[in-house]
Design a binder for this molecule. Structure first.
Ligand code: FAD
Length: 373
């Protein structure tokens, strides 16, 4: 039996970054079902910080998170949290209008270079000739998710917080002003404040607690890795994305990685790659680049979990005291994690609102609360 002030369910990037931030205000314990942190979505991502996904709100959260990645707090990590990796979004002639639109949307958040066909192929020589237009953010960042997770864990522990792995929550009950939380193995915790950072499982956690779910939708995304053509300059290869959500690729540990940007509805589960999406990734590499994927070196899948408006849900549940939502980070949970943690700290710990460009109401879970008939 343990009694911290705040219990965080989920040892992914959402749970650990919020726990680290909250540990300056309270005694915080994180419970993670798996034996290791970041086992699910947080350990399976493309690890990019870029502005070509999401909308204005997601971009604002990303922009607010950038200083943390570029200059982490003293003692947070012994290694850099990321390295500069250019981001190239390219278009065929018939896709030019969509590229113009994205250019206008992103230019508020990042300094972009507009590229003609020659510029596109200089930056990414692997693309086919029909890639005639591009925008490049030379300030893109490829994150080290391990360093990010471990840094947050280190910060949590340095302030007396705890992480318990192998603790899958099986029951949650309200006992007076306290949440009584029981793991599958029977360990019990009593807390006034519960933070639901269970990723794809966050609606299930709400159901366990008798709180109304918010309609989260986990969607599977697949990544493959394979050999690059001889002579490819992997060191300088940009993260390269089609203007439509068809394909992205980049370098990965001496090889190439690619995703067909699939969004296949899924249960909350240990996602596995499906052969169709694996084949689709290879097919689209052949369609948009000069690379022939002869042999797949490795493949994986992970879940990106969205709310219905594709904005995250952060804040206390309006229908239950002390139950805090931190869910729905979709495909941007790593790159927005510092801002999201600061928002959780503000709403729970009472610190100043950290992202002036984002309205609190746009993030609160209240917007999903079912109206009584
Ligand atoms: C292929 C792919 C590419 C992506 N690319 C990017 C990218 O380039 N940039 C970016 O920013 N984001 C990207 N993302 C999204 C990012 O990975 C997620 O938004 C982020 O990892 C979500 O973090 P989380 O902590 O909410 O979820 P998770 O990492 O899944 O953590 C939730 C944790 O809760 C635990 N849990 C669940 N139920 C229980 C229970 N009952 N008891 C205890 N613990 C429980 C789980 O075991 C899990 O570890 C990508 C995702 C995928 C799949």
């Amino acid at each position: 039996m343990t009694s911290p002030d705040i219990l965080v369910i989920g040892g992914g990037i959402a749970g650990l970054s919020a726990a680290a931030a909250l540990s300056s205000h309270a005694r915080v314990t994180v419970l993670e079902a798996e034996e290791q942190i970041g086992f699910h979505s947080s350990g399976r991502s493309a690890t990019m910080v870029h502005y070509a996904l999401g909308d204005r709100l997601v971009r604002a959260l990303t922009l607010a998170s950038r200083p943390f990645f570029d200059e982490p707090p003293d003692g947070f990590s012994d290694v850099p949290l990321g390295r500069r990796t250019p981001v190239l979004v390219h278009a065929r002639e018939d896709e030019r209008e969509a590229l113009d639109k994205l250019d206008a949307e992103i230019s508020h958040f990042a300094t972009l270079e507009r590229l003609d066909a020659a510029g596109v192929h200089t930056l990414c020589p692997l693309l086919r000739e029909d890639a005639r237009h591009g925008i490049a953010d030379l300030n893109g960042t490829r994150l080290d998710p391990h360093a990010l997770l471990q840094g947050n864990l280190r910060k949590l522990r340095s302030r007396g917080g705890e992480l318990h792995t192998g603790h899958r929550i099986a029951a949650i009950a309200r006992e007076g002003a306290t949440w009584a939380v029981t793991s599958e193995k029977g360990e019990r915790f009593f807390v006034p404040t519960l933070v639901n950072a269970a990723g794809s499982w966050a609606d299930r956690i709400a159901e366990l607690a008798g709180v109304q779910p918010i309609g989260l939708e986990p969607k599977r995304r697949t990544i493959i890795t394979f050999d690059a053509p001889a002579g490819t300059d992997l060191e300088h290869l940009p993260f390269t994305k089609t203007i439509g959500d068809e394909l992205y690729f980049g370098s990965e540990s001496g090889r190439l990685f690619a995703s067909p940007m699939d969004e296949v509805p899924s249960e909350a589960t240990d996602a596995q790659p499906d052969e169709y999406e694996v084949a689709l990734a290879a097919y689209r590499m052949g369609e948009r680049t000069t690379v022939e994927v002869r042999q797949i070196h490795s493949k994986w899948a992970g879940l990106r979990t969205f709310t219905s408006d594709r904005h995250p849900a952060v804040g206390f549940a309006p229908d239950s005291e002390g139950f805090f939502w931190l869910a729905g980070q979709g495909g941007f949970g790593l790159q927005t994690s510092p801002a999201m943690a600061a928002i959780a700290e503000s709403l729970i710990g009472g610190t100043a609102w950290p992202v002036p460009d984002v309205a609190r109401e746009d993030l609160l879970p209240d917007r999903f609360l079912r109206q009584p008939a």
